[in-house]
Design a protein around this ligand. Sequence first.
Ligand SMILES: CC(C)(COP(=O)(O)OP(=O)(O)OC[C@H]1O[C@@H](n2cnc3c(N)ncnc32)[C@H](O)[C@@H]1O)[C@@H](O)C(=O)NCCC(=O)NCCS
Ligand SMILES: Nc1ncnc2c1ncn2[C@@H]1O[C@H](COP(=O)(O)OP(=O)(O)OP(=O)(O)O)[C@@H](O)[C@H]1O
Length: 198
Amino acid sequence: MIIGLTGSIASGKSTVAKMLKDYGLPIVDADLVARVVVEPGTPTLQKIVEAFGEVALTEDGAMNRQKIGEMIFNDEEQRKRLNRIIHPAIRQEMLRQRDEHIAKGAQTVIMDIPLLFESKLQHFVDKILVVSVTEDTQLKRLMERNQLSEQEATARISSQLPLSVKEQGADAVINNNGTIEETAEQLQRILRNWEVIE
Ligand SMILES: CC(C)(COP(=O)(O)OP(=O)(O)OC[C@H]1O[C@@H](n2cnc3c(N)ncnc32)[C@H](O)[C@@H]1O)[C@@H](O)C(=O)NCCC(=O)NCCS
Ligand SMILES: Nc1ncnc2c1ncn2[C@@H]1O[C@H](COP(=O)(O)OP(=O)(O)OP(=O)(O)O)[C@@H](O)[C@H]1O
């Protein structure tokens, strides 16, 4: 079974992904893949520089994540432009990793994809697990984790579909407003229900 793990920025996907890893389940992590496909020397980074100019690079030739983040989270056109370049490369590498896990005999593979709904990737997966929080919790955790102002954090949250919409497309929802233990309990119940664990 392929499980799509999603949510929105700072809703707790990585926290849940870590719990899934502790169950021994293989994870394909879109955020991690998004870093690999733009490593120095890759054709994707080359295309980003052609589209955004040399400002897209740091002094040592890596992608300037802070600069790109400032550009794309405040401007939908720029975001679409980056997505058009980077998403095909991310998708290809994710499918490669998924197939590798299956070839090694994995029964279940977790695809951790923040933009599963925005990029319409529902057909990639058999079940969708949404990690959700209230808007207040999301804003507070994002500002704390990334040291962002309220305005910067709000821009990032607004660049994604609301969690309430994602919940409607989910096979199961984890409410991550409470403690880590409460989240772990909900996850265990869902995995038992889906017969991923006993
Ligand atoms: C814009 C970038 C450089 C910012 O880097 P930074 O290190 O600050 O953030 P990080 O990569 O850890 O992403 C944090 C979160 O931002 C959100 N996010 C990232 N990219 C996007 C996007 N294009 N649209 C909406 N939300 C996004 C996701 O929720 C993600 O989990 C980086 O996120 C990136 O390369 N984005 C494009 C690739 C992409 O779409 N990744 C999302 C997973 S497919
Ligand atoms: N139940 C919880 N209680 C308290 N803090 C939490 C809880 N769940 C997550 N956090 C914290 O909230 C922040 C966001 O969580 P996490 O990094 O897992 O989100 P994410 O959905 O993976 O975000 P992103 O899409 O931005 O990578 C982190 O600092 C994390 O430690």
